[in-house]
Design a protein around this ligand. Structure first.
Ligand code: NAP
Length: 248
């Protein structure tokens, strides 16, 4: 089994499969995070070289099940996984988390891209809590009138082009009370984030709701049908092994 990871779902799936001796898994990471969480499974890091490279890896390692457990915004690798599975005849399981839905009290503006999020901040200077990921910061250089409080897992580096910004590095899960304190202390007046979904990063949305602050959310790319949660993926893998044992 090859697990395309870089998400909390991949971590949870690896933990859930830890006791199984009939499943040999390889985890694949893109290599974006400098110190990824260590996983109790063989791990390879770096791109495959597109669909052709991924298909070659699948054949070389006799992968029977390809699990796409990548982040909901990682659209390219998911498209590659679909195509490589189709070319090799390998079974594909898509594991993802539901998108966040607005709740009573939320003041959300949903936009299609990070560039749209930057534009949606408007002409007047605002104090923005920005949690869109280190690699997406440059889009906000186009809106230099705002102050940005940027939170990323790894340090943001020098390439972002933001004129007025403060930086925090932290890895979730986050707590709503601490998020509320942070946003109050830094006098944040708008939150900008991607609709990643999941519990680990939802606290900032709750904090914005409690503080009555507006939130600009980048919609996720359309996800494919038939996505499973982690328990569903474990069941599908168990069923696959059962069928293989019976020679089906
Ligand atoms: P992407 O745009 O969908 O993929 C770009 C290229 O990166 C792919 O074509 C592939 O290169 C390589 N790649 C991506 N995921 C890979 C993996 N798990 N193993 C090996 N190669 C991978 O992806 P992205 O948005 O840059 O995200 C990169 C990784 O970070 C993903 O694994 C994702 O789960 C994780 N992540 C992404 C976000 C986000 O907001 N996008 C947030 C948190 C975590 P080749 O074509 O050379 O194979």
């Amino acid at each position: 089994m090859l697990i395309l990871g870089g998400s909390s779902e991949a971590t949870a799936l690896i933990s859930a499969l830890a006791g199984r001796t009939d499943v040999a898994a390889i985890l694949s990471l893109a290599g974006r995070t400098r110190a990824p969480l260590q996983q109790a499974v063989a791990t390879r890091v770096g791109g495959f070289g597109g669909v052709v490279g991924l298909a070659a890896f699948i054949r070389e390692h006799a992968v029977e099940v390809l699990v796409d457990a990548t982040h909901p915004f990682a659209a390219q690798i998911s498209a590659n996984a679909r195509e490589a599975a189709a070319r090799t005849g390998c079974r594909l399981l898509l594991v993802t988390r539901p998108a966040w839905r607005p709740q009573a009290g939320d003041r959300w503006t949903e936009v299609a891209t990070v560039a749209d999020a930057a534009a949606a901040l408007g002409p007047d200077p605002r104090r923005v809590f920005l949690t869109v990921g280190r690699l997406q910061l440059a889009a906000f250089a186009a809106a230099p009138q705002h102050h940005y409080l940027v939170r990323t897992i790894d340090p943001a580096g020098q390439e972002h082009g933001l004129a007025d910004a403060a930086f925090i590095t932290a890895r979730g899960p986050f707590d709503a009370t601490a998020e509320e304190e942070l946003m109050r202390e830094r006098r944040v007046d708008v939150l900008v984030t991607k609709n990643s979904g999941g519990a680990a990063a939802a606290a900032k949305l709750e904090a914005a709701r409690r503080l009555g602050l507006p939130t600009i959310l980048v919609r996720r790319p359309a996800s494919a049908d038939g996505a499973l949660d982690v328990a569903g993926a474990v069941a599908a893998i168990a069923a696959h092994r059962g069928a293989a044992r019976r020679g089906e």
